[in-house]
Design a protein around this ligand. Structure first.
Ligand code: SAH
Length: 290
C-alpha cells in the first residue's frame, strides 16, 4: 500500500491552523494528520496529511482548504510501501483516529483539550496507531462506544496495549488486554502505567481465547481483536462463547480480499456484519448478534 504525503512548512502558528483545517476536512475518512518541528529557532514547522494512493489523487482537495500563499507552499512526497513502517517506527508521528490521538512522549504538545490521548513509544511491540488496522480499530471503538458504553472489554492481541488504553480512556470501564507474546505484555504494562489507566486495564499473557484471565472475566460486552484473518476465523466459536448476548465484536488485521471468509466464520456463530472501515488494503469489521 503506497501512500502520498502532502505537507506544508511554515510558522508554528500557520502549521497549527492548517492542522486544524485538514483535520476537520478529512476527519470522516480518518486521514492521518501530523505536525512536527523542523527548526525551532527559525520558527519552521511542518504539517503533513497522508492518503492511500488507492484513493486517487487528493491534491486538489488538500489544497482547497488553504489560502493562496499557503497553497503555493504545498508539497507532496510519494511514500513507497516498504518505507512506511520503517519510517513510523523510527520517528513516531501523532496519528488521529476518532476522538483518539496516538503519539510519542515528545509529541505531547499536539494533544488538544478534547482529545483522548494515547501515549505510546515506538518500540518492541506492534501497535503505534500508524498501521491502518490499529487506526481502524480505534475509529470503530469510538463509534461503538458513542452508541453504547460496554461494561467490560477484551483486547485480544494487545501488542503495545494501544487499543486497551483507548477503550479504557473512552469508556472508563475494566479492560483485559491479552497477548501470546510475553514481551508485548511487558511493553503493554509500561504503556498502561504511563497512560494512568492501571486501575482499569489488566495485561496478561494468553493464547487466543484460552487462559484463566479470560475465563474469569467473561462474558465481555466488547471484544476487540487485531490479529490476522486466519487466527480470527479459527477463534470465532470461542469469541462467540465469551460474548455477552448483546455484545459487540471488532475484528481487524484482515485484508480486503479476506473479509468474506472472516465474516462467514462469524456468521456461523450467529454474529453478523454491522460495519466495515477500510484503510488501504485492510478492513476493520464490526459484528453483532441478531
Ligand atoms: N492490538 C494492537 C496490536 C496488534 S498486532 C494494535 O491494534 O495495534 C497483533 C498482536 O497479536 C501481536 O502483539 C501478537 O503477538 C498478538 N497475537 C497474535 N496471535 C495471537 C493469539 N493467537 N493470541 C493472542 N495474541 C496473539
Amino acid at each position: 500500500m503506497s501512500e502520498t504525503r502532502f505537507f506544508v512548512r511554515a510558522s508554528k502558528e500557520e502549521v497549527g491552523r492548517i492542522f486544524a483545517l485538514w483535520d476537520a476536512a478529512f476527519e470522516d475518512e480518518g486521514a492521518p494528520v501530523g505536525m512536527r518541528e523542523i527548526d525551532e529557532a527559525a520558527d519552521l514547522h511542518e504539517v503533513s496529511i497522508y492518503f492511500d494512493d488507492a484513493e486517487g489523487d487528493r491534491e486538489a482537495e488538500v489544497a482547497a482548504v488553504l489560502d493562496a500563499p499557503l497553497r503555493a507552499r504545498l508539497e507532496r512526497e510519494a511514500i513507497p510501501e516498504t518505507d512506511w513502517m520503517k519510517q513510523v517506527l523510527a520517528e513516531l508521528k501523532p496519528v488521529r483516529a476518532g476522538r483518539f490521538v496516538v503519539h510519542g512522549a515528545h509529541d505531547r504538545s499536539v494533544v488538544r483539550p478534547n482529545d483522548l490521548s494515547i501515549e505510546i513509544e515506538a518500540g518492541q511491540a506492534f501497535g503505534t496507531g500508524h498501521h491502518g488496522t490499529t487506526a481502524g480499530c480505534l475509529d470503530m471503538i469510538d463509534r461503538i462506544v458513542r452508541r453504547r458504553r460496554p461494561g467490560n472489554v477484551l483486547d485480544l492481541g494487545t501488542g503495545t496495549a494501544v487499543l486497551a488504553i483507548g477503550a479504557a480512556k473512552l469508556a472508563r470501564v475494566p479492560v483485559l488486554a491479552t497477548d501470546i507474546d510475553p514481551v508485548a505484555i511487558a511493553v503493554a504494562r509500561e504503556n498502561i502505567a504511563n497512560n494512568r489507566v492501571a486501575g482499569l486495564v489488566t495485561a496478561e499473557v494468553a493464547t487466543g481465547m484460552s487462559g484463566a484471565a479470560i475465563r474469569r472475566r467473561a462474558p465481555f460486552d466488547l471484544v476487540v481483536a487485531n490479529i490476522l484473518a486466519g487466527p480470527l476465523a479459527k477463534l470465532a466459536p470461542a469469541v462467540a462463547r465469551s460474548l455477552a448476548p448483546s455484545g459487540d465484536v471488532v475484528l481487524s488485521g484482515i485484508l480486503v480480499r479476506q473479509r468474506n471468509a472472516v465474516l462467514a466464520a462469524y456468521r456461523d456463530q450467529h454474529l453478523y456484519h454491522r460495519a466495515t472501515i477500510t484503510r488501504g488494503d485492510w478492513v476493520t469489521l464490526h459484528l453483532k448478534r441478531g
